[in-house]
Design a protein around this ligand. Sequence first.
Ligand code: ATP
Length: 239
Amino acid sequence: MSAPLLELRGLTVRYGALTALRGLDLQVREGELVALLGANGAGKSTTLRAISRLVGAAAGQVLWRGADLAGVSTHRTVRLGIGHCPEGRRVLARQTVATNLELGAWLRRDRAGIATDLERCYGLFPRLAERRRQLAGNLSGGEQQMLAIARALMGRPSLLLLDEPSLGLAPKLVAEVMASLAALHAGGLSMLLVEQNATAALEIADRGVVLEGGAIGLEGSAAALLANAGLRASYLGSG
Ligand code: ATP
């Protein structure tokens, strides 16, 4: 079997005296959508930050297509095909939707490909197409979330890291964002999806990993996790 697209081996991350990840092992294979779940402070965002090299590893490895990312800059991880859509949207409020999207392609020089991808993003998120000349700061929370995802897609990632895309959204918009992610997954994009909204994430994921105190508490197929009564009680918040 070929090497997984992404593999974390014994990944340990510390913030000073606090150990956020303790020897985490995790894989994302080509085309897979893996949901990364867990309570507040379990280490989900830290996992994504370690993959993007925004925080360094105290021990263990992050392997991309089998090659160790130690010493690789964040900038380079984007070039390698790792797109990171951070928590809290972080769009450029005083720029238009179109400019935000164009900035997502900052590392690319293939103008024709950029134009094609721009239209693809507008097809995936029609609300953005309607608002392409508006300032991003005037979009609703859900629309800003869609813009943040679309902007990450403009970098043509092979793997998309998503940090709580449903945060703060009304249920209807959560469903809309999840449907867009499911469409991207159906198109073959690999994703590591951090979510507090575990049910919504597992409904579109292939597999799920539940972090507890910086290590794996539970993992399995999305279907098995959705059917797991204990998990439902502790994380899914519904009976
Ligand atoms: P949340 O859902 O609340 O964002 P999370 O699972 O994403 O939680 P992390 O943000 O990865 O968790 O945090 C893991 C642990 O590391 C927490 O105890 C957190 O307080 C701590 N932590 C995160 N970032 C820093 C930082 N920059 N400096 C110090 N401690 C940090």
